[in-house]
Design a protein around this ligand. Structure first.
Ligand code: ADP
Ligand code: ADP
Length: 226
């Protein structure tokens, strides 16, 4: 289970710039929340605060009622998938996928089992010894996804995970992400500029502008209003 609560969340960067202003959102367990909005409106900053990669300047963030503001990233039950995949170039697919588990001192045998299981789901089982350089864009994207799912986290954060793929792969990965959401029963927050992705994946869409929430609605309401 993972419900998220963001209350009066603010981010002021050290240079004084207020990137997020009074962000309020209650996310229910297993929701698929989409963040949309123009470049620079604060989508990534908000995701990074949820992941613990960026300090929260004000307000309260909690998961299942537990306040998370000061919890270390590795102690949050959250995995993040980045737009640029952030794979380690010198490591194999296996080691890239195992990285987060090693960091958390998961026993070796368990790591092997989890990585192999995820690799099977993502059709990477024949590629575990390769380096990222020797993979296609779609395969790299799957490794990034695999690194997140091996941890079986309650919360997934995805920052434009498909934007570097060609149109055909985007459609394919879109349905894979939808299937993963069902299969893992995780709560997802997903940033995209793609309206089709937003409409097909999202349970609710959050529209941001200049660090503020403009609107929160279901895809049907948001995109079918006159
Ligand atoms: P989005 O993901 O919606 O494109 P971001 O969250 O990346 O937007 O950025 C929100 C705003 O915060 C932008 O105006 C950006 O320039 C600014 N910003 C991001 N990182 C920093 C930083 N480290 N210092 C100062 N301003 C930043
Ligand atoms: P976790 O699953 O615990 O977040 P990751 O394997 O995603 O662990 O990586 C841990 C940290 O290292 C993350 O903050 C990620 O952004 C960063 N990271 C991963 N790959 C690279 C890379 N190739 N270059 C720089 N930073 C990276």
């Amino acid at each position: 289970m993972a419900s998220l609560s963001l209350k009066h969340i603010r981010k002021v960067y050290p240079n004084g710039f207020e990137a997020v202003k009074d962000f309020n959102l209650e996310v229910e367990d297993k929701e698929f929340i989409i963040f949309v909005g123009p470049s620079g409106c604060g989508k990534s900053t908000t995701l990074r605060m949820i992941a613990g990669l960026e300090e929260i300047s004000g307000g309260e963030f909690s998961i299942d009622g537990k306040i998370m503001n000061d919890v270390e990233p590795k102690d949050r039950d959250i995995a993040m998938v980045f737009q640029n995949y952030a794979l380690y170039p010198h490591m194999t697919v296996f080691d890239n996928m195992a990285f987060g588990l090693k960091l958390r001192k998961v026993p070796k045998a368990e790591i092997k089992q989890k990585v192999e299981e995820a690799a099977k789901i993502l059709d990477l089982d024949k590629l575990l010894d390769r380096k990222p350089k020797a993979l296609s864009g779609g395969q790299r994207q799957r490794v990034a996804m695999g690194r997140a799912i091996v941890r079986n986290p309650k919360v997934f954060l995805m920052d434009e995970p498909l934007s570097n793929l060609d149109a055909k792969l985007r459609v394919q990965m879109r349905s894979e992400i939808s299937a993963l959401h069902q299969r893992l029963g995780a709560t997802i927050i997903y940033v995209t500029h793609d309206q089709t992705e937003a409409m097909t994946l999202g349970t609710r869409i959050v529209v941001l502008k200049d660090g503020d929430i403009m609107q929160v609605d279901s895809p049907i309401k948001l995109y079918n209003e006159p």
